[in-house]
Design a binder for this molecule. Structure first.
Ligand code: ZN
Ligand code: ZN
Length: 316
């Protein structure tokens, strides 16, 4: 039997208003033609995606399967359209099917969770972002049917299986896909920025502990392989090992930095710690900064390096 031939992978960079920049959508030219992520839920992004498909000689109707790396709007945004217009099957991790099946285009549900968190972090009134802003976009997304994915699952294609690796942390249902020498890393590992941990999945807890475990896992399972890494934003990477180690070190340094802040100043709130780390934050950055500080505090508590009383933290 001959070795499976490498399928062609096309990359389409879809416009994205968020800080991470354009979302990378990948097309696996195999049977079934498979799209990995779709870009954000705006007409502009969908038009960009359709134009990109056309450049590669494809039409939306050719896409039979959409597989999603995680629930964020800049990745799942147009998946529903491929199903509604052309009957494509949509796959996402089993813990995030609701993001496809029960969509929140006004962002009201997200805004409600954000307000609870801002209370917990004791963000003062004058620094609180207008959570109505988060609810402002009115994404062009509609509910669709999702097929759940689990860790270790294999999706067959004419050129061999796509393997699902569950890598919780950036969100609890983040996955990477491995297929014939390519690792599609979603937002779990990005080349240029440290993916936010905490802000991307406000309703779940313990994200940093999961994230660090998932970084070590993806580094270890790919150790003896020549893999090209194709991320959700930015350029492909030749290796994932160094980047995983850098990200692990980045978070270890931040954990130490928080302990040293608390050794100098006792009884700080999550918000105060975030301002010591990131300076003055505005608008959405208050949520991202607060969540990032909180996810580190959670892990420091678990490690008994920090204690909390009435929402104020001290070094142990
Ligand atoms: Zn993203
Ligand atoms: Zn993301």
């Amino acid at each position: 039997m001959s070795a499976p031939s490498k399928p062609r992978v096309d990359r389409i960079r879809v416009p994205n208003p968020f800080v991470e920049g354009r979302t990378c959508v990948y097309v696996l030219r195999t049977d079934p033609v498979t799209l990995i992520d779709t870009g954000i839920a705006t007409d502009r992004a969908y038009t960009g995606l359709v134009d990109g498909l056309k450049e590669h000689g494809l039409a939306p109707a050719d896409i039979r399967r959409v597989i999603l790396t995680h629930k964020h709007i800049d990745h799942i945004g147009s998946a529903w359209k491929f199903q509604q217009d052309h009957g494509a099957e949509i796959f996402i991790h089993e813990s995030e099917t609701a993001a496809v099946e029960d969509v929140d285009p006004s962002g009201q549900r997200y805004a409600g969770i954000a307000r609870q968190r801002l209370d917990e972090w004791q963000v003062p009134d004058e620094a609180r972002p207008d959570t109505g802003d988060v609810a402002g976009p009115h994404w062009t997304i509609q509910s669709a049917q999702a097929t759940p994915l689990v860790d270790g699952q294999r999706l067959p294609t004419a050129e061999g299986d796509i393997e699902v690796l569950h890598t919780p942390g950036h969100t609890m249902g983040s996955v990477c896909f491995r297929h014939n020498g390519v690792l599609f890393s979603g937002d779990h590992v990005l080349p240029d920025i440290s993916p936010n941990v905490g802000g991307g999945d406000l309703k779940n807890r313990g994200l940093l502990a999961h994230y660090l475990k998932s970084l070590a896992r993806i580094r270890d399972v790919t150790q003896n392989e020549q893999l090209v890494v194709m991320p959700g934003h930015g350029e492909p990477m030749e290796s994932i090992t160094d980047r995983c180690n850098e990200l692990i070190q980045h978070h270890k340094d931040r954990l130490d930095e928080i302990v040293s802040i608390l050794q100098k100043e006792d009884r700080l709130t999550t918000y105060e710690i975030a301002t010591r780390l990131f300076g003055t934050m505005k608008e959405f950055h208050v949520i991202l900064g607060g969540a990032e500080a909180y996810s580190h505090l959670e892990l420091l508590m678990e490690q008994s390096r920090v204690r909390e009383e009435g929402g104020k933290y001290s070094a142990d």
